[in-house]
Ligand binder design. Structure first.
Ligand SMILES: Cc1ncc(COP(=O)(O)O)c(C=O)c1O
Ligand SMILES: N[C@@H](CCOP(=O)(O)O)C(=O)O
Length: 461
C-alpha cells in the first residue's frame, strides 16, 4: 500500500513513513493510493466480533509490510485495554430509529482516544525499530491535546508539544493538558484561536530546516493513521444494526472534518452508508460550503461546543481530492486561494460531495434545548458537541437507521451542561482529583519564530 499527497507533488510513502511524516512536503495530506474494497461477506463477518478484532481486519489492508500480523494484534490489544467499556464503542438507542455511538469511554473521555491510543502504540513500535527521536507538535481545540498527551507522556524518545487557544477550551480540557507532570509534556496556551494553532503547526511542517532539526511529527488528523483508526467504529456500529444487509446513516459533530472523513473512507470501502450528515455549531463553514459551494472562513466564534470552534477544516482537503477526481493540482490551487480568503467549489465537485454528505447547523440555543430535551425524554446526558449532532440528526431522520456519534463525555463540559439546565456531570474516579493537581503551562504569542525557538529550547534540538 502506497500513500500519495492530496497536492500530488510530495514523495510517495509507505504506511509507516506516512504515519511518521504527518504533513506531506508539498503541504498536502497523505491518502492511500487505492482504497481496499470489502466484500459484503467480509463486512457481515465483522458483526459481533470483539472491537480489537474488527480493528485488525479493517486496518490490516492499509498497513502494508510495516507490522507482521502478530505484532499488529498485540499493539491493537494494548491500545484498547485502558477503555472503560467492554464494547469500547457501545451503541445506545435514543429514539425509534436513532442511535448514539458512545465514543467517550477511553482514558481522556473523547473519541480522540480511539485513534490516539492506537497510533501511540504504532508510533512507539516504529520508533523502537528506527531508533529515532521525535518532537510531536499538535494543535488542539481541546480534545486532541489531552488524548495525545495521554498516549505519549513519559516516553524517552518523544517530546509532545500541544498548542491550545488560550481561554477557549473548557477548564477540564485545559487541566487534562496542563496537569501531567511528565517532563516530555509541554502545554502551550497560544494567544489566538484554534485556526491559529493549526496554522502555526502547518507552518512548522513547511519549514523543512526546523522540521528536520527537531524530528517533527504530527498526531492531528493530518496524520492518515489517525483517520484510519477512526474508520473502525463506523464498521462496528453499522454491522451491529444490520449492515451490509441494511444501510445506515451517520451524523457527525464536525470541526476539522477528520471524524466524518473516516466515515467517508468506510463508505468507499463498501460499508453501506446512505448519508454522512455533517453537523456544525455556529462555526458553520462546512455547512455553508456543502450547501452553497463557497468555502470562506469568517473568523472563529467561541461557542459552548469549543472543540468544534474551527473554520479551516484540515481534512476537507482530503474530501476535495476525491471530489476533484484525484486532481492534486486542482486541490493545490484551491488551497492557494484559501490563503487569499477562500474558494468556490466547482459544480461537479459539489455534486460529488453531495452524493455522500449532507449538512446542518445549529445555534447555541438549539444546542442547549437539545441537551435538556434529550435528558428529559431519554435520560441520556449529552455533551454540547454531541447535542449539536443530535439536533442536526433529528432533522435528517427517515427510514434508514441514524447513528449519531457521541464524541465526548458530558463531564468534560460541566459548566455548559449545567447551564443548559441539566445535572452537573461528575468526572470518573481516575480524574476525580483533576481540580487539585498542579498546572504547568506556558502562555505563548501567535508568532512562528517565537514558537520555534521555544520548542528548540525545550527539546534541546
Ligand atoms: C468532542 C468533539 N466533537 C467533535 C469534534 C469534531 O471532530 P472533527 O475535528 O474530526 O471534525 C471534536 C474535535 O475534533 C471534538 O473534540
Ligand atoms: N477538535 C479537535 C481539533 C483538532 O482536530 P484533529 O482531529 O485534527 O486532531 C480537538 O479537540 O483538538
Amino acid at each position: 500500500m502506497k500513500y500519495i499527497s492530496t497536492r500530488g507533488t510530495a514523495p510517495v510513502l509507505t504506511f509507516d513513513e506516512a504515519m511518521m511524516t504527518g504533513l506531506a512536503r508539498d503541504g498536502g495530506l497523505y491518502l492511500p493510493e487505492t482504497i481496499p474494497a470489502f466484500a459484503a461477506e467480509e463486512i457481515a463477518a465483522l458483526a459481533g466480533l470483539p472491537y480489537e478484532e474488527v480493528v485488525f481486519r479493517v486496518i490490516r489492508p492499509f498497513t502494508g509490510d510495516t507490522f507482521e500480523d502478530g505484532e499488529l494484534r498485540g499493539l491493537i490489544a494494548a491500545a484498547y485495554e485502558g477503555f472503560a467499556h467492554a464494547a469500547r464503542a457501545p451503541l445506545v438507542q435514543l429514539d425509534a430509529n436513532h442511535f448514539l455511538l458512545e465514543l467517550f469511554h477511553g482514558p481522556t473521555l473523547a473519541f480522540k482516544d480511539f485513534a490516539m491510543q492506537l497510533i501511540g502504540q504504532l508510533m512507539q513500535a516504529a520508533l523502537a525499530k528506527s531508533g529515532q527521536r521525535i518532537t510531536i507538535v499538535g494543535a488542539t481545540s481541546g480534545d486532541t491535546g489531552s488524548a495525545a498527551i495521554e498516549a505519549f507522556k513519559g516516553l524517552e524518545n518523544v517530546d509532545v508539544v500541544i498548542l491550545f487557544p488560550h481561554g477557549r477550551v473548557s477548564e477540564v480540557q485545559r487541566r487534562q493538558m496542563t496537569t501531567p507532570a511528565e517532563a516530555n509534556v509541554h502545554a502551550l496556551a497560544l494567544d489566538g484561536d484554534f485556526d491559529d494553532c493549526q496554522a502555526r503547526v502547518k507552518d512548522m511542517f513547511n519549514d523543512f530546516a526546523f522540521r528536520d532539526a527537531v524530528g517533527l511529527a504530527g498526531v492531528n488528523s493530518i496524520n492518515w493513521a489517525r483517520v484510519l483508526a477512526q474508520v473502525v467504529y463506523y464498521f462496528t456500529a453499522a454491522t451491529a444494526l444490520g449492515a451490509p444487509h441494511r444501510p445506515v446513516s451517520f451524523t457527525v459533530p464536525t470541526g476539522n472534518f477528520g471524524d466524518v472523513f473516516a466515515g467517508y473512507i468506510a463508505r468507499r470501502m463498501g460499508l453501506p452508508i446512505e448519508r454522512l450528515v455533517v453537523a456544525t455549531n455556529q462555526n458553520d463553514i462546512l455547512h455553508r460550503a456543502l450547501s452553497g459551494g463557497e468555502y470562506r472562513p469568517d473568523g472563529v466564534k467561541p461557542s459552548m461546543s469549543p472543540s468544534m470552534d474551527i473554520q479551516v477544516s484540515s481534512n476537507f482537503e482530503r474530501a476535495l481530492f476525491y471530489a476533484y477526481d484525484g486532481d492534486g493540482a486542482a486541490v493545490a490551487q484551491l488551497m492557494a486561494e484559501l490563503k487569499e480568503g477562500g474558494f468556490t467549489i466547482s459544480q461537479g465537485a459539489l455534486q460529488a460531495l453531495g452524493e455522500a454528505f449532507v449538512s446542518g447547523r445549529v445555534s447555541e440555543e438549539e444546542t442547549t434545548a437539545t441537551i435538556r430535551s434529550v435528558l428529559a425524554r431519554t435520560g441520556e446526558l449529552l455533551c454540547p458537541h454531541t447535542a449539536v449532532g443530535v439536533a442536526v440528526a433529528e432533522a435528517h431522520l427517515g427510514a434508514v437507521p441514524m447513528i449519531t456519534l457521541a464524541t465526548a463525555h458530558p463531564a468534560k463540559f460541566p459548566d455548559a451542561v449545567e447551564a443548559a439546565g441539566a445535572v452537573r456531570p461528575e468526572l470518573p474516579p481516575h480524574m476525580a482529583d483533576l481540580f487539585t493537581r498542579a498546572e504547568r503551562v506556558t502562555r505563548v504569542p501567535n508568532d512562528l519564530a517565537a514558537l520555534q525557538s521555544l520548542i528548540r529550547e525545550r527539546t534541546g534540538r
